[in-house]
Design a protein around this ligand. Structure first.
Ligand SMILES: NC(=O)C1=CN([C@@H]2O[C@H](COP(=O)(O)OP(=O)(O)OC[C@H]3O[C@@H](n4cnc5c(N)ncnc54)[C@H](OP(=O)(O)O)[C@@H]3O)[C@@H](O)[C@H]2O)C=CC1
Ligand SMILES: CC(=O)N[C@@H](CCC(=O)OP(=O)(O)O)C(=O)O
Length: 357
């Protein structure tokens, strides 16, 4: 895992990219972004094998009719035979399936895992929240956190963060790192249904989801809690207490996270901390005072919109963050990480302009 990219992308010697789990939401979004990537468009990146699990043998059209240039591609099996010979392999597989694939691929192949398998640093945390043997820890694909970007340049193994942890970590990182809040944060995050993946689940049927918003995984039960805690504690230099409540909303994409923490800072002081932290971040949009983030403003974009203020009467910092769970929350972060790993411009192929209304 050095820090000088080993690849040169040219149409004469293109980067070959495979996507495992291409029939799923994360894999499909990776492909959507790759199709719009300048390296794909000039021929210096080619899309090779696309794979699935039980749906191997079907065409991509059956799952992602919007990906027209690839619609007739037949999905292969998710195995070494199919994935070998690529320079970059994206894994959009259920938790627990990445390690067995990754360990068979050469160290020189850039493997970018959208799942959780390599995000956590603590094996105890892995066992408690996911169960089974901890596969390891890879460089974490959230370049906006201090020290992470450098580790992604030239990396050949990358763990893409979870969607909720991306919203909560980017919302709270500046305040926690600057020490303007007590190390005790609360997060209530509303997510669209694509966050749950596409495998059929009765409680995700349209008739169950439409016209209703419901909390789930309350009381510190959601598996993203340790990932958020890991990110914030590293910045605070002390253990940060994290209370996380996820909420399911009847929309296909998006996360809106409302994050609070005790503070004695003023709203102006808090804002100054955020302005400084995110001044040079291409995908973090600190909104002008009085403007609030909305999931509808970031659909399909790799942007995270953030508003920060202080409720002085309550003594609380309030940060609201919006992102698209499939873009910045998964596939956008994966492509952003690929760009860094390969030495391409970090923003290549990634829009900061959402689709609205
Ligand atoms: N959706 C989201 O917002 C986010 C997802 N992620 C992570 O990305 C990964 C994929 O999630 P998502 O796309 O939503 O899930 P989906 O259920 O939509 O897709 C899962 C994919 O994995 C394939 N698959 C399932 N089981 C196996 C298996 N045993 N062997 C090989 N392939 C298999 C499926 O193929 P088949 O069609 O054949 O079943 C499908 O292509 C997960 O780890 C998830 O946690 C991360 C952040 C956000
Ligand atoms: C709405 C919804 O169900 N969301 C998922 C989170 C999806 C995600 O990003 O998490 P992983 O990558 O860690 O699986 C959940 O709460 O389990």
């Amino acid at each position: 895992m050095g820090n000088s990219p080993a690849f040169t992308a040219t149409p004469q010697s293109p980067i070959r990219v495979a996507v495992a789990g291409a029939s799923g939401y994360a894999g499909g979004e990776v492909l959507r972004l790759l199709l719009g990537h300048p390296a794909y468009q000039d021929g210096s990146l080619v899309i090779g094998a696309l794979t699935a699990g039980g749906n191997a043998g079907a065409t991509l059209r059956e799952f992602h009719p919007h990906l027209l240039p690839l619609a007739d591609r037949v999905l292969g099996a998710t195995d070494l035979d199919t994935l070998t010979g690529h320079d970059v392999v994206f894994l959009g597989l259920p938790h627990g399936h990445s390690a067995v694939i990754a360990e068979q691929l050469p160290d020189t192949t850039v493997v970018i895992d959208c799942g959780a398998d390599f995000r956590l640093e603590s094996s105890d945390d892995w066992q408690r929240w996911y169960g089974g043997e901890h596969a390891g820890t890879w460089p974490y694909g959230m370049p906006e956190l201090p020290g992470k970007r450098e580790r992604l340049v030239g990396a050949t193994r990358i763990a893409v963060p979870g969607c909720y942890p991306t919203s909560a970590s980017l919302a709270l990182a500046p305040a926690v790192a600057a020490g303007i809040v007590e190390p005790k944060v609360q997060i209530v995050a509303v997510s669209g249904t694509s966050g749950a993946g596409k495998s059929p689940k009765v409680d995700l049927l349209g008739s169950e989801v439409m016209g209703s918003v419901r909390a789930y995984g309350i009381g510190g039960a959601h598996r993203h809690t340790p990932e958020i805690k890991q990110n914030l504690s590293a910045l605070a230099g002390t253990e940060v207490s994290v209370s996380f409540t996820p909420v399911l909303a009847p929309m296909p994409r998006g996360i809106l996270a409302t994050c609070t923490a005790p503070t004695t800072a003023t709203a102006d002081e808090a804002r100054a901390v955020y302005e400084k932290a995110y001044a040079d971040e291409p995908f973090v949009q600190l909104l002008p005072e009085g403007v609030l983030p909305a999931t509808g403003s970031v659909v399909g974009s790799n942007a995270v919109q953030i508003a920060v203020t202080v409720d002085a009467d309550a003594g609380l910092l309030i940060v609201v963050a919006a992102l698209d769970n499939l873009t910045k929350g998964t596939a956008g972060a994966a492509v952003q990480s690929m760009n860094l790993a390969l030495g391409l411009p970090e923003t290549a192929g990634l829009s900061t302009v959402g689709v609205a209304p």
